[in-house]
Design a protein around this ligand. Structure first.
Ligand code: S3P
Length: 189
């Protein structure tokens, strides 16, 4: 049986978590598109973590990978994550790898309400080919069947992290927006 004091702390933690919404999911899942729609149509401000990181360090993600390597990039991501978890009434689209390194997903779970935007490997690969694989160094310019196979393999390794989100949402960009906006509207101060 939990003491009264413990239960009070849990409730307070939950309210604070809902002051920020985090969108996680594989590259091409629609995190940025849905985040921009929430920015336009709700009182919450949208922050794209990739853009935030590029501005903070004054380098493109491609250059960071080329000049400093992935390990340094993941450390930079973690620093940005900690900064963003202090903001309120924000929707943050994380980079696709963020939840899968260190204990980032635990931090997100403690401090934010988190949605996993889920899609099939085929759909993700289709969208990635349209939006341009060259922007994303981890894809190494793969295309066609090779890209689908790569997405399938890496998505199955990443899914256990993504699935720790508070809610899993699937569907078109409009459907994703509708589902997530409910939470943003309910909890607008
Ligand atoms: C990455 C995803 C990218 C970006 C970087 C690495 C990944 O973000 O952070 O290229 O490892 O999944 P998006 O998910 O916004 O494309």
């Amino acid at each position: 049986m939990k003491k009264m004091e413990d239960r009070k702390t849990e409730v307070q933690t939950d309210w604070r978590r809902i002051e920020r919404i985090f969108l996680v999911g594989y590259m091409g899942a629609g995190k940025t598109t849905v985040g921009r729609m929430l920015d336009e149509k709700t009182d919450w401000n949208f922050i794209d973590m990739d853009d935030f990181l590029e501005k903070k360090y004054g380098m493109t993600i491609r250059n960071i990978f080329e000049e400093k390597g992935e390990k340094t990039f993941r450390q930079m991501e973690r620093r940005c994550l900690k900064e963003l978890l202090l903001k309120t009434h924000v929707v943050v689209a994380t980079g696709g790898g963020v939840p899968c390194f260190d204990d980032n997903m635990r931090l997100i779970g403690q401090c934010a309400f988190c949605f996993y935007l889920k899609s099939s490997p085929e759909e993700l690969a289709r969208r990635l080919e349209l939006s341009g694989v060259e922007k994303r160094p981890t894809l190494q310019n793969r295309s066609g069947r090779e890209l689908v196979d790569f997405v399938e393999k890496t998505l199955s390794a990443r899914s256990p992290f993504y699935e720790q989100a508070d809610a899993i949402v699937e569907g078109s960009v409009e459907e994703l927006f509708q589902k997530i906006a409910v939470i943003a509207r309910l909890y607008t101060a």
